[in-house]
Design a binder for this molecule. Sequence first.
Ligand code: CA
Length: 234
Amino acid sequence: MVINNALILIIEDEPEIAEIIGTYLSREGFRVITAGDGTVGLAHHLRLRPDLVILDIKLPGRDGYEVLAAIRRRGDTPVIMVTALAEDLDKLQALRIGADDYVVKPFNPLEIAARAKAVLRRTLGRGSEKMLRVGSLTIDPQAYRAEVESAAGPVMVDLTRTEFRILSHMAAGIGRVFERSELVDACLPEGEALNRTVDSHVSNLRRKLAAAGADGLLVGVRGVGYRLDNIHGQ
Ligand code: CA
């Protein structure tokens, strides 16, 4: 993952606050998605696998603590908690429930952006950043490298940032069908978010993989989306 291409999920029920945080993070080059409650937030977290979650504690329905616990049961996505009250802060510190950082309302939005960058820098290299293998293809998310193993040795696949992001997103779910809309939300820069745009990125990606010897690895599923297939890559 490259920090300034990171996808950040903001779970915050006050639209004005979500918008302010989102605006500042977007200015830093981050891609942002927001959710107004914990249930929607957890659904986005599962589907889009954000690089960082900014999580308000006082939420309608499930509160931030419950949402954090659910995120932690799934893995180690970095989380910055947003708290309005000193008592939240006490609880956070007492519980040590696995948040990576916290900010207290009212906050300077520049501070959130700075914290987000710091947490992303610190958490690079966690489990989700390990090498991914699909058949003869090896993806190194930290080095932003993809290589296909051939008889003559590894062949580097020269990918754009978006192509790399699509490939590594799909490599986390080999055999699963990824809908176009999911790839658009998770992988495309803002303003490029159209299903036909994802088609053209995927088509370039397939061509490059085939040229490197990994033909048939990325399969189109008619009317739905795409799938990475382990078998064809062997
Ligand atoms: Ca709130």
